[in-house]
Design a protein around this ligand. Sequence first.
Ligand code: C2E
Ligand code: CA
Ligand code: CA
Length: 709
Amino acid sequence: MWFRPARRAQEGRARDGRARRRRPHRVPSTDGPSPGVRRRSLGTTGALASVLLALGAFTIGGSAVTTEQARRHSQALDVDAWFSEAGNAIAQDEVHVRHYQVEPSVAVLDRYRATAARVLPALRHAMARDPEGAGKDAQRLMGEQEAYRRLADCLLALVADSDPTAVGLDRIGVTPAYYTLQEDIDEVSRAYHARAQSQSVAMRRGATRMLIGTSAGFVIGLGLVAVIWRMVLGYQRRLVQDAYASQHLALHDPLTGLPNRVLFRRRLGDSLAAHAEGEPMGTAVLGRSDRRDRQLAVMIIDLNGFKAVNDTLGHQAGDELLVEVGRRLRASAREDDLVARLGGDEFAVLVPDLSSPAEALAIAERFAGALRHDFGLAEGLASVSGSIGVTVGAAGGDAEELVRQADAAMYRAKSDGGGVTLFERGTDSSAPDRMTLFGELRALLDAGDPEGQLELHFQPQVRLADSSVTEVEALVRWRHPTRGLLLPAAFLSIAESRGLEIPLTYHLLDIAVAHAARWQAAGHPLTVAVNVSSRCLLDGAFVPRVQAALVRTGLPRHLIKVELTEGSVMTEPERSRETLRQIRDEGVKVSIDDFGTGFSSLLQLKQLPADELKIDRSFVRWLRPDTEDFVLVRSVIELARNLGLTVVAEGIESLDTLELLADLGCDLVQGFALSEPVPDEALLNACEQARQRCRSASWSALPGPRSPG
Ligand code: C2E
Ligand code: CA
Ligand code: CA
């Protein structure tokens, strides 16, 4: 069970709400990249896309140009080659013509014809390869070749005929035609060669441009990729940071920045598990068996007086104080200790490694000391203190149980007026059932018991002098939704061992006073005796609570009586007596309950500000003359009379005892023999029954009330 009373949780939530508005601890936003970052990343990605597109276009364009240049280059080379072939054939023809003039044989003539036949196809090839550029040149050269061929053929015929004009024809016809043709063809061939070369230069230049262009594009692209990569990394880092921030937010209190309940619970579980494995969290080197011997402590710290700070100095001051409390606790803790804020004004500390409970107590005392100093807030000086519950656990312990124990010890500390209290297993038999009951009772009181599960039954007290009933004792009952009607024995000790008795007493006090006020208004003025827990005597709120209840209901003060056990005045006699004095000054009667069991000395009894002694039922129950009980009861009554106190005998189980008590001078009697405690609606009948039974007792058959003593 890990709960906090609803009201406190709500208070905590309200404070947290304010705290969230103030946000003293910076919490990074968790919503995506900022518009600036988004714009920048879009821009960069766009730029990268443009660069890639440009690079692609450049490469495609570049390779188209290069292909065209390569085509032209090879075309020019081809044309050049065909023109060179034609030039070579013409040169060989000329050689054959000269050879024939020296040796006019058929073989030479055949060779001449064969080479001459190569010229025209070569020129046609050149023309076909580049009809536009080479067409004209080829056609002109073909014409020139035709002319040369005709002249050469003519010359060869003259030579064959040994015609002397052949020399003249050669000189003025064939030779000039040959040179013209050869020069022309050389020139054309050179032109194409030059063109091929310039194409090759252009190609080289284009390749260089491509190289530079693609390299530049590649470098720019690479740069942009780097920028995008950086942005992606940055974004990733931000995501990680944001994830961390939201995790931090989920596990920490936004006001103080301390771990919250969830993280505290988690760390406690981890610590217990680590202990179970023999590895206390964050400890120095220890032997494995040493580690198993070590313990951990859980502390719950609740502030006393925090509400007053909020009420007088304002919530802003309350928040400031909580922050400072967190800081002081952190500063007083050791490095490995975990200080958390559970909510509201409640903090918790996990001490993960301890050698003994004494060490835990020493640490807790440090916390208490740190909180004792005044808090200098912007709104003024404030002072609070801490109620610190400490429990010590070991390997494999139950986290929930430890927190419950520390919580119970904290309540104990609170009802002792603050300071440090160690949870003691022995005194608080921690049966889960008791724990459950405790939790239910606390929740009930915290919620103000809206269904009225806690009710009072009343037991009449009969005045022996006249058998009248003017007083009743209020006794608590818990109408539990599943367990039925519970008597005080079933739950009072649980409440008392864990500090719930103060709120319980105040709650019942209000109910009792309200009942008494109703009876009085209905014409049945009955004094109601309210059982008050001893710790209330040390609680500064006790007297004001009684006053407030009286003022609220308008009940006359003499119609209320507080019952305190003899022992309850012994813890801090001075303070307790002072409280009782104040109560009596208010006009409220004080009764000392269970008298005879507390061994108070005569002197103590004399100093006690009381109006009444209630002799404990253990002495009354078997009261017979000449017994030890009889002697004791007699002495108590005598003593009380000497001190001017009223005497009540409780636990009357037999009407026979009434005569003895009347003889001894007892004033009031109460017990099952007269009436059991009954609910409000049965009270008038019960009073009547008690009266009649008292009268019916043998001794009262005597006329008139007996004067005691
Ligand atoms: P107590 O103050 O001594 O109350 C008297 C107890 O004796 C009551 O028990 C009552 O029912 C019982 N009783 C009455 N007549 C007889 C009898 O003839 N014989 C016997 N054997 N018992 C008798 P109950 O109601 O169970 O209360 C037990 C104790 O619980 C009370 O003892 C008182 O100490 C405490 N208590 C009861 N109500 C309250 C309460 O409202 N507040 C606080 N703080 N304590 C309460
Ligand atoms: Ca009582
Ligand atoms: Ca009693």
